[in-house]
Design a protein around this ligand. Structure first.
Ligand code: 4NP
Length: 151
C-alpha cells in the first residue's frame, strides 16, 4: 500500500479536504498500511485546524476533518511518501524547489487532467468550497484508481 501526501499552500483549505475525502474513500483499507497525510508548503497555519468552511463542506458530505492539524512540508516527506500530490501548479513548483537531492517520492499535480489546478478558495465565499469539494472528490477517486486501491 502506498503512502500518499496531499499538499496545498496553507494546509487549511484544500489539502485537508483531499486528505479527508481520500481517507473516506479508502476507509475499508485502513488496516492495510495505507499512509495518508496532508501538509502545506507554507507554515503560517502550523498547528491550526482546517478552515471552518472546509470543515463545514466536508461535514455536509458526511466527512469529519475537524481533528486535522496543519503542518508544513518537511524534507523527510520526500522519502517517507511514495506520492506527493500538489493541489495547484504553484504548489507543484514550490515542492520541486523544496525537494532534497535524496527525494524518492513521485511529485505531481493532484488533478492530472484539466482544469489541473484546484483553485485556492481562501479569499472567496462558501460556493468556492463546494466547488473545491467536487473537484477533490473526483480527483481522489482518480488517484485511488491510479494507485490500484479499489474504492
Ligand atoms: P489552502 O488555502 O492552501 O488551500 O490551505 C490557503 C489558506 C491560507 C492562505 C492561503 C491559502 N494564507 O495565505 O493564509
Amino acid at each position: 500500500m502506498p503512502a500518499v501526501l496531499f499538499v496545498c499552500l496553507g494546509n487549511i483549505c484544500r489539502s485537508p479536504l483531499a486528505e479527508g475525502v481520500f481517507r473516506h474513500l479508502t476507509r475499508h483499507h485502513a488496516g492495510e498500511m495505507l499512509v495518508i497525510d496532508s501538509a502545506g508548503t507554507g507554515a503560517w497555519h502550523q498547528g491550526e485546524g482546517p478552515d471552518p468552511r472546509s470543515v463545514a463542506v466536508a461535514a455536509r458530505h458526511g466527512i469529519d476533518i475537524s481533528s486535522q492539524r496543519a503542518r508544513q512540508v518537511v524534507a523527510a516527506d520526500f522519502t517517507r511518501f511514495d506520492v506527493i500530490l500538489a493541489m495547484d501548479g504553484s504548489n507543484l513548483s514550490d515542492l520541486r524547489r523544496m525537494a532534497p537531492a535524496r527525494a524518492t517520492a513521485k511529485v505531481r499535480l493532484f488533478l492530472d487532467a484539466p482544469p489541473r489546478d484546484v483553485p485556492d478558495p481562501y479569499y472567496g465565499g462558501a460556493d468556492g468550497f463546494e466547488a473545491v469539494f467536487a473537484m477533490v472528490e473526483q480527483g481522489a477517486r482518480r488517484v485511488a484508481e491510479e494507485l490500484g486501491i479499489p474504492v
